[in-house]
Design a protein around this ligand. Structure first.
Ligand code: F6P
Length: 480
């Protein structure tokens, strides 16, 4: 696409925006899989994206309806940043979305903090998004418009929009996080309202068959008047049939590979080695996470401690580079988790570190994609150890960036992406500290040919299930 194509008929709705405008002529990209994946899609096909504006909207140069073209230096699609007042936004995002739905779907029931006000806020913000979606749809020339809603923040939107359209819009949803077991979801006092909201869609997508089946089981359990067909992956509810589909999200493998090879990446790695005093023969493990309790970072540090206790030859010759990005810091659980991680890293470094060498280096700050790719490219091992994770892009990016360097991936069996590349990764259960440590060691010690063979097979899987395949699965029928 060479010029801005904003009325392709596609309207995308997400909580987070793809570009945050912090200062005049200065936008940054947020950390997180969803926005990265969808930005690739939107650059490719154009359309309109509606999201909450996190930055300074007054720096935007918008049209008279408040739409701006992005990326800023190369406008390829249209973005509407919603101005949502702090209240209800905080109750919707920090409250209901991330202290009820997030822990519920990741099976951390003990971390759920529910307040009636947060549900009210969630409903109000979903109504605001639905109104904005209707405005954006009204700007489309196309009479085959598609509204594509994303994630758990916006579960009520599909039904709210459907009520106000006369059936000429296709509505679909992609659920980026796990769908938990039916008996768990059913505990939510709003289970029926959330499901009714989602059944306003024509199609609902999940990363894995497991999540899709749990969703169907939840509908069956919670909405007795719905008819569920688990073979055809369909629900019939209030006279309409809703299709459930499975489409794991992928990455743009070629771009990641190119970034990992770029001069920026090489420079970054050289400087990092020098700054941290990394010896040429030191073996490097890398992890890249938002500092979220679902990512299993404390379990990973326990495993590293166990490994260093057991095998003292690794002291001085192995280290973990942990890139972290603070997230959702206004939530006490996240603040505590972040503190616990830093404390644990300090403990490990005090216990095993020397003047020249520290077992764990915490990497702070905002990194470009090239810099992250350079970590992947140069690591002997990448450790991805979530306790639960919808799919996981880090594992895929590592495979794409490290292909020719023949690394090894240590991967939790609880990451959705384990269904794709689990056979060739070094699989771990993050709760099993000794087993986890043994797998890190196995990954480090595997013969070069074995590592290369495993990597080649993982690369083939990741490349075949890339962002293009996700788009085709998700948009194929509509775009044809
Ligand atoms: O996958 C769930 C998700 O909400 C994605 O939207 C995003 O990749 C990530 O978690 C980041 O979350 P947040 O937008 O809350 O920073």
């Amino acid at each position: 696409m060479t010029e801005t194509d904003t009325d392709t008929g596609l309207v995308v709705l997400t909580n987070r925006e793809p570009y945050v405008h912090d200062a005049p002529n200065d936008v940054t990209k947020p950390v997180g899989g969803l926005t990265a994946a969808m930005d690739d899609v939107m650059r490719e096909i154009g359309g309109t994206w509606v999201a909450h504006g996190h930055g300074r909207a007054d720096f935007d140069v918008t049209d008279s309806d408040g739409y701006v073209t992005v990326p800023p230096d190369d406008g390829q699609y249209s973005l509407k940043r919603l101005d949502i007042p702090d209240q209800p936004y905080e109750g919707y995002y920090y409250g209901y979305s991330n202290q009820v739905l997030w822990p519920l779907c990741h099976e951390h029931v003990d971390r759920i903090r529910a307040s009636p006000d947060d549900w009210t806020a969630y409903t109000a913000v979903n109504e605001q998004f639905a109104g904005a979606a209707l405005d954006a749809l009204a700007r489309q020339d196309d009479d085959t418009a598609l509204l594509w809603v994303h994630d758990y923040h916006l579960a009520l939107v599909p039904e709210l929009v459907r009520r106000q359209t006369d059936g000429d819009v296709t509505i679909q949803h992609f659920w980026h996080i796990p769908w938990p077991p039916a008996q768990l979801f059913d505990r939510s006092p709003h289970a029926a309202a959330l499901l009714t909201g989602l059944l306003g869609n024509d199609r609902i997508g999940f990363h894995t068959h497991g999540y899709a089946q749990e969703f169907l089981a939840t509908v069956e359990r919670t909405l007795p008047d719905a008819e569920v067909d688990t073979d055809a992956l369909q629900v019939t509810h209030e006279g309409r049939t809703v299709e459930v589909y499975v489409a794991p999200v992928g990455i743009d493998t070629q771009t990641v590979d190119n970034l990992a090879e770029s001069p920026e990446a090489e420079r970054f790695w050289r400087d990092l080695r020098e700054r941290e005093g990394i010896a040429p023969d030191e073996r490097i493990a890398v992890s890249v996470d938002r500092l979220d309790y679902t990512k299993g970072i404390l379990q990973r540090l326990d495993a590293v401690e166990h490994l260093l206790e057991r095998d003292d030859s690794l002291r001085g010759s192995f280290r973990l580079l942990q890139k972290g990005s603070p997230t959702r810091e206004q939530i006490p659980e996240y603040e505590r988790y972040q503190r616990d991680i830093f404390e644990k890293i300090r403990h490990l470094n005090d216990r095993f570190g020397t003047e020249e060498w520290q077992p764990v280096v915490y990497l702070d700050g905002r990194y470009t994609r090239a810099e992250i790719s350079s970590l992947y490219r140069n690591a002997d091992v990448c450790i991805v150890s979530p306790l639960a994770d919808g799919y996981n892009l880090v594992a895929q990016e590592y495979v794409a960036a490290n292909q020719s360097a023949s690394g090894a991936l240590v991967l939790s069996k609880f990451a959705g992406v384990h269904t794709l590349i689990g056979d060739d990764a070094f699989t771990i259960n993050p709760h099993d500290t000794a087993g986890f440590a043994a797998q890190i060691e196995a990954a480090l010690d595997a013969p070069k040919t074995e590592r290369a063979e495993r990597f080649q097979r993982m690369y083939e899987q990741v490349a075949a299930s890339d962002i293009g395949a996700w788009m085709e699965h998700s948009l194929g029928q509509w775009s044809r």
